[in-house]
Design a protein around this ligand. Structure first.
Ligand code: NAD
Ligand code: DAU
Length: 348
């Protein structure tokens, strides 16, 4: 297959690209704007490695550049769209880019898919990587794919808007689309603004871990390799027009438990943790029913205990990856997001 992987220089997209090139004969073109979150280091080696260099190319571009997306789609059989602004806190501070990429970007990819599908008797697939956050908070039970979506942050609203466009193009134009809704993902190469890499890197430097509110918000954590493999399964076997949840190991953990696991692995004290004013509109719980994807043969392979140990060890061993990130633009964001919160912090 020839795949256009958009947002492929980010955390999950780059993992998908590495795994797909290693396990198939696919040819992959990565398109990435290289926003603050896009990192060429995540794709290091692919352009030079004899096993991949003939099957990989990188194009720096915005997915909202519709003429270019149409041109690139002519050489592809499918688009897998990871591109998005992905951090909830940033969507609260400054949502414009979320709407640009989540609405106009997705629209542009759908137009590219439509142009190709028209030429090829419908044989062109678009996979939209979405999120469990579109369901909104789930006080009890598990979200199934037919549940109504109820996003609560500008981030999840932009992702939901993208999903609606994808569903509309499937219904109206008959485009072969599939959607994945993944759970909270963690692992190596994740930008250190998210809970796990932020707390790991802060703890490594003996800095404060800013826990929002009571820390009892619950998530079902999904290791990045399992998320990437779930997306690959849907790309290869998903039913046109369907959405698929990608759940974690099914054990919900409050943020406090995740934090304790990190500190215990590093041998660092709980006194590094401070409770800070909460994220506005903070969803207390997400929980997914993963049976639709399991029926296609996928199951998560990494337990949280294994995954968190691997992840903490990776950040400890790869300071050269994350230390340069935690300067420049990062410092501005950190000040805006945390300076006033840390001033008001209390014992956790
Ligand atoms: P990330 O922020 O690490 O990567 C996003 C990538 O998209 C970056 O490389 C960035 O440069 C690129 N990008 C952003 N806007 C672009 C644009 N207009 N044109 C081209 N490239 C652009 O994000 P991630 O954590 O790897 O998430 C990837 C996808 O998975 C996102 O769509 C996200 O909504 C979804 N998702 C993430 C998680 C999670 O826990 N991280 C869980 C479920 C779903
Ligand atoms: O559920 C899938 C989603 O998971 C993805 O769609 C998003 O792209 C991804 O960012 C992630 O969203 P969350 O908001 O759940 O992840 P985050 O790592 O930002 O936060 C996880 C939990 O930790 C959440 O309850 C908020 C809390 N938190 C987070 C940060 C950054 C803190 O307590 N302190 C923090 O400093």
């Amino acid at each position: 297959m020839r795949i256009l992987v958009t947002g492929g220089a980010g955390f999950i997209g780059s993992n998908f690209v590495h795994r797909r090139l290693a396990t198939t004969d696919d040819h992959i073109t990565v398109v990435d704007k290289l926003t603050y979150a896009g990192n060429p280091a995540n794709l290091r080696g692919l352009a030079d490695d004899p096993g991949t260099r003939e099957r990989y190319r990188f194009v720096q571009a915005d997915i909202a550049d519709e003429p270019l997306m149409k041109e690139l789609a002519t050489d592809s059989d499918a688009i897998v769209n990871f591109a998005a602004e992905s951090h909830v806190d940033r969507s609260i501070l400054e949502p414009t880019a979320f709407l640009h990429t989540g609405v106009m970007g997705v629209y542009s990819l759908l137009e590219a898919a439509r142009a190709e599908a028209d030429k090829r008797d419908g044989r062109f697939r678009l996979l939209q990587v979405s999120t469990d956050e579109v369901y909104g908070p789930v006080p009890e039970g598990l979200s199934v794919e037919s549940d109504p979506i109820h996003p609560t942050s500008p981030y999840s609203a932009a992702k939901a808007a993208g999903e609606h466009l994808v569903a509309a193009y499937h219904e109206t134009h008959g485009i072969d689309t599939v959607i994945t809704r993944g759970a909270n993902t963690y692992g190596p190469n994740q930008y250190p603004e998210k809970l796990i890499p932020l707390f790991v890197t802060n703890a490594l430097d003996d800095e404060t871990l800013p826990m929002y509110g009571d820390g009892m918000q619950r998530r079902d954590w999904l290791h990045v390799t399992d998320h990437a493999d779930g997306i690959a399964t849907v790309l290869d076997h998903g039913e046109p027009g369907a959405a698929y949840n990608i759940c974690g190991d099914g054990i919900e953990r409050p943020n406090r438990a995740v934090t304790k696991a990190i500190l215990d692995h590093l041998g660092k004290p709980w006194s590094l943790v401070r409770s800070v004013p909460d994220r506005p509109g903070h969803d207390r719980r997400y929980a997914l029913d993963g049976s639709r994807l399991r029926a296609l043969g996928w199951a998560p392979q990494t337990s949280f205990e294994q995954g968190i140990a691997l992840t903490v060890d990776w950040y400890a061993a790869n300071r050269d990856w994350w230390e340069p990130i935690k300067s420049g633009e990062w410092q501005d964001f950190y000040q805006k997001q945390y300076a006033w919160r840390l001033e008001q912090s209390t014992t956790a």
